[in-house]
Design a protein around this ligand. Structure first.
Ligand code: SF4
Length: 332
């Protein structure tokens, strides 16, 4: 399938053939991934951020909550006891607090207990990614938010995040530094979803071709209510999201597809057979959320509030297996 075929799968006329698309996507996912869903959970390290993204509940936080190394490890311990072995460390941009020394200390300590440590933080230089990889991190999640430069500028007027190109280059810098699980995405609702999906598919295909030994994945973060009260200018329906997921699966049959607890339980359950390979569960999007030590704002509202046991049961009910430990490590 070439890029033009992918664009046709994303088109409006193809929306009328969604069942056909879903069936094809299902077959390709079974062939390439079997009946497994890799489970992960995020740990929010802090809710302070120097950026002012129009849509984020953390924007322009003054003094908020920031976990000490000990507090971050306590959060991780709760997830470990629940069975998680893949975790994602999330933080707003506060380089004076989320320092390299802090990150290395947290990562090195977690590396002893977790099989995979992903980062969802501000973009770094290649040498910094290398330091964190050597400390034990292996995954990077970084969303371009929107691939449209004008929309990007409107949404990220101030702060370091205004640098579109530095953010766009982050997945490549991280992969060159050794990271082998790369997850990209567009924040759905900021711009026309078909335009974003077209750019995202091209970006993913480029990364897969250039870094063929890494696992490249795509997430589908759809704008949800947050304390910013931002209204998405281009709402994306469940049907649109389903078309996008199926089209990406058919275009890139070995691409990882990730769906977080931003989405409702009904939608997540229905999308399991269509192409998903990773899901989060029981996520808290505020720092200290698992230990309930702080009453901090969430970055966004979680829609699927089920426990990890309930999500696992729903996956089993679809005849799939939730996997907490991924043995398939790729060494570069
Ligand atoms: S989206 Fe990220 S970078 Fe933007 S304000 Fe929120 S935490 Fe900061």
């Amino acid at each position: 399938m070439n890029y033009n075929d992918f664009l046709e799968l994303l088109s409006e006329p193809t929306a009328a053939r969604l069942e056909e698309l879903a069936s094809h996507a299902h077959e390709l996912t079974l062939k390439n991934f079997g009946r497994t869903i890799l489970m992960y959970a995020p740990i929010y390290l802090g809710n302070e951020c120097v950026n002012q993204c129009a849509y984020c509940g953390f924007a322009e936080k003054g003094e908020g909550v920031f976990l000490s190394v000990k507090e971050a490890l306590a959060e991780a311990e709760i997830l470990h006891q629940k069975g998680f072995r893949h975790i994602l460390l999330v933080s707003g941009e506060r380089r004076d607090k989320v320092t390299m020394a802090y990150l290395k200390e947290v990562i090195s300590a977690l590396h002893k207990k977790f099989d995979s440590i992903g980062l969802e933080i501000f973009p770094l230089e290649e040498a910094e990614y290398r330091e964190l990889f050597l400390a034990g991190a292996d995954g990077l999640t970084i969303y371009q938010e929107t691939y449209d430069r004008d929309v990007y500028k409107q949404m990220h007027g101030q702060g370091p995040k205004a640098n579109y190109d530095f953010r766009l280059g982050a997945p490549e810098r991280a992969t060159r530094a050794g990271f082998y699980r790369i997850n990209i995405g567009a924040l759905l609702g900021l711009n026309d979803w078909r335009a974003e999906a077209a750019a995202l598919g091209k970006h993913a295909a480029y990364l897969k071709k250039k870094f063929w030994r890494a696992q490249i994945s795509v997430s589908f973060p759809r704008l949800q209510p947050s304390s910013s009260k931002f209204k998405p200018p281009h709402p994306v329906s469940d049907r649109d999201l389903t078309q996008m997921i199926c089209a990406l699966r058919i275009f890139q049959p070995t691409l990882g597809l990730v769906l977080s607890t931003r989405e409702s339980e009904a939608l997540r359950d229905n999308l399991i057979p269509l192409g998903l390979t990773q899901m989060s569960a029981e996520s808290k999007t505020n720092p200290g959320g698992y230990s309930k030590k702080f009453w901090a704002d969430e970055q966004f509202e979680v829609a699927d509030k089920r426990s990890v046991e309930e999500v696992a049961a729903a996956i089993f009910a679809k005849d799939y297996e939730p996997v907490f430990k991924d043995w398939d490590r790729v060494f570069i």
